[in-house]
Design a protein. Structure first.
Length: 612
């Protein structure tokens, strides 16, 4: 019996632990109440500082106590010398290191450390950088520490080269490091900036002797990297995903490198309807409708933002504007029309004299960019006219590539294809190959792209819906490009397994749309952009909602056979289409509803040919 350790029973151990927890909780609550009492009385003394330290050492996520502690420290600054304040804050930094050991991702602790560092009379930034390195060596994805390090680097003036070398070390030790890759993407444009011309190519707008041109607005920072450095980065990131093809962090950085080109902002089309007294301008990218006002002169007419018809989202393209009666209805009148597209305080005016033709000059102005396109729109004896910018055809969904950039992307495509031979089930490699093909030649690689999408859905079945939507987007883009080349106003994508419809803003001039035999669930609000649409076929889908068929002035025929429309309320939107005369609802649940013909006759009186 002698020399043996007496073992306590499990019940005894649990009881002792319970009593110990209750004792600690009692002390904690007592200290907390004392702190709250002192703060309520406005006491900012050493005792309160000690009480908050005691509590925060156990629970560094008590935000109220950090606030109280800062109040105390600010008061002590007013009654102590600079050297005393220096020592006080140095002790505070040491205390904060203890708190970080309790919880390395404590919001309150990192915020308080940043506050203390900015209050120090003589900060030791080398110590702070060393702390960051120690923390990141334990957890290289600690975003609190990354944020704090960026603050320290900014305040201490650490050279960009030094920080880039720091990311080299972290990435070299662990390729799976999102934060390091991201930090690297913010440093490279600063250290190796690309030329302004390469970074943001812009076509000069056409000039006119009657245009008043303010000084050019400064360009925003393009965040581009010079070509020489990009080649080095390609080599680095290829080493990463060839080492571990299934790690997504390197693939995301690779996508960033490949996606640095920006599509040019331009006005792609202007459409004028004399009968509807409407002007519609389409852009290569959505513009912020809520910040603009359209002005027409010499009528000194201003159309406020609420007159624009657009979706609930403030970004819209095209922009649709109804003009007051008589503005452009008379073909015999000569017009001297000026369109001012104004955002905030930035504006640009352009006035053009016209004779029998109306010449509309649309100016788009944003704080950092001013776009202008003058389009002669012949309206003599016609109810409508339009003009497209032919330069947008190739640049509609991608940026035009130089020979050098095409060569680089082709080389990257070959590298990814080689990796796919080794890793045929790698979803990241498959998706990257698709995106590279889209950048190089979307029509030339169309068949290969569809095949890769099918493989992706099999390899990554949990994201089948995402791949279906992305594939639908690319097929629609290809169809629009083919349509533009043929200069037709008919858009047809039947039996293509479409799950979504997009880029409707680029179908401004389309009169006929056929989307039959797909997997569509609705006709989204963006359909309201189709101001020239006359015939819509969407048979054999799963459509339940028609909210997009709103105020389409020229819509005459709608065919919705074999869909899922079940309620009369779903058809109410059709009453806003004044020319609708033919409606086919055969094969829908609503066709079996009692008295449906009389209800529809009352709801949409313009329909004379109803098929149920």
């Amino acid at each position: 019996m002698h020399g043996r350790v007496k073992l306590k029973s499990s019940a005894q151990q649990e009881e002792e632990k319970r009593k110990e927890r209750e004792k600690k909780l009692k002390v904690y609550l007592s200290s907390r109440d004392a702190c709250f009492s002192k703060r309520k009385q406005g006491l900012l003394d050493e005792e309160a500082l000690q009480l908050t330290q005691q509590l925060l050492s156990a629970n560094p996520d008590f935000a109220t106590l950090w606030n109280y502690r800062r109040e105390i420290l600010l008061y002590l600054e007013t009654i102590r010398s600079e050297d005393e304040i220096q020592r006080l804050y140095e002790e505070e930094l040491s205390f904060l290191e203890i708190c970080l050991k309790v919880n390395p991702k404590s919001y309150g602790t990192w915020h308080h450390r940043g506050w203390v560092s900015t209050r120090l009379p003589r900060p030791d930034w080398a110590r702070e950088l060393s702390l960051c390195e120690r923390c990141l060596s334990l957890d290289d994805r600690n975003f609190h520490c990354w944020d704090y390090r960026r603050m320290v680097v900014k305040l201490s003036g650490v050279p960009v080269e030094q920080e880039l070398q720091f990311t080299d070390r972290l990435i070299g030790s662990n390729f799976s490091n999102y934060s390091s890759w991201h930090y690297r993407s913010t440093l490279l444009p600063l250290l190796h900036p690309g030329s302004p011309e390469a970074a943001s190519p812009r076509r000069e707008p056409p000039t006119s002797s009657t245009c008043s041109s303010p000084s050019a607005s400064p360009q925003t920072h393009s965040h581009r990297v010079c070509e020489e450095q990009l080649l080095k980065e390609y080599e680095l990131v290829q080493n990463a995903f060839f080492t571990d093809p299934n790690d997504q962090s390197a693939w995301f950085y690779y996508r960033w490198l490949l996606g640095r080109a920006e599509r040019e902002e331009m006005i792609s089309c202007v459409y004028v309807s004399r009968e509807g007294e409407r002007v519609v301008a389409a852009f290569s990218r959505p513009v912020n409708v809520s910040l603009h006002t359209l002005h027409l002169s010499p009528l000194v007419l201003a159309v406020p933002p609420h007159s624009f018809q657009h979706s609930c989202h403030p970004l819209s393209s095209p922009v649709i504007c109804d003009l007051p009666p008589g503005t452009i209805s008379d073909t015999s009148n000569e017009h001297n029309m000026t369109v001012h597209w104004t955002e905030r305080r930035t504006h640009r005016d352009c006035a053009l004299y016209t004779g029998s033709d109306v010449c509309v000059c649309v100016c788009v102005c944003i704080p950092v960019l001013c776009l202008q396109l003058t389009l002669p729109l012949s309206l003599s004896g016609r109810s409508e006219s339009w003009c497209r910018d032919s330069a947008t055809d190739l640049e509609l969904f991608r940026s035009e590539l130089s020979v050098e950039k095409s060569s680089v992307l082709q080389s990257e495509l070959q590298s990814c294809t080689q990796l796919l031979e080794l890793e045929p089930q790698n979803k990241w490699c498959l998706l990257t190959i698709i995106l590279l093909m889209r950048a190089l030649d979307p029509l030339g690689y169309e068949k290969e792209t569809l095949a890769y999408f099918q493989t992706l859905k099999e390899v990554d079945s949990m994201r089948t819906s995402y791949y279906s939507d992305l594939c639908s987007k690319f097929m629609i883009e290809n169809t629009i490009l083919k349509m533009e080349y043929a200069e037709v106003r008919v858009f047809s994508l039947c039996d293509k397994n479409l799950s979504t419809v997009c880029h409707l803003d680029q179908l401004l001039l389309v009169t006929h749309i056929n989307l039959s035999s797909n997997r569509l669930l609705s006709l989204p609000p963006q359909f309201a952009m189709l101001q020239c649409l006359e015939v819509l076929q969407a048979d054999d889908n799963a459509i339940e909602s028609l909210e997009g068929l709103y105020q389409l002035p020229r819509l005459e025929e709608v065919s919705l056979k074999n869909n899922n429309i079940s309620q009369i309320s779903h058809l109410k939107v059709l009453s806003t289409c004044p020319r609708l005369t033919r409606l086919d609802l055969r094969g829908n649940p609503i066709a079996q509803t009692a008295n449906i013909q009389s209800e529809l006759a009352e709801l949409v009186p313009s329909v004379t040919d109803l098929l149920l």
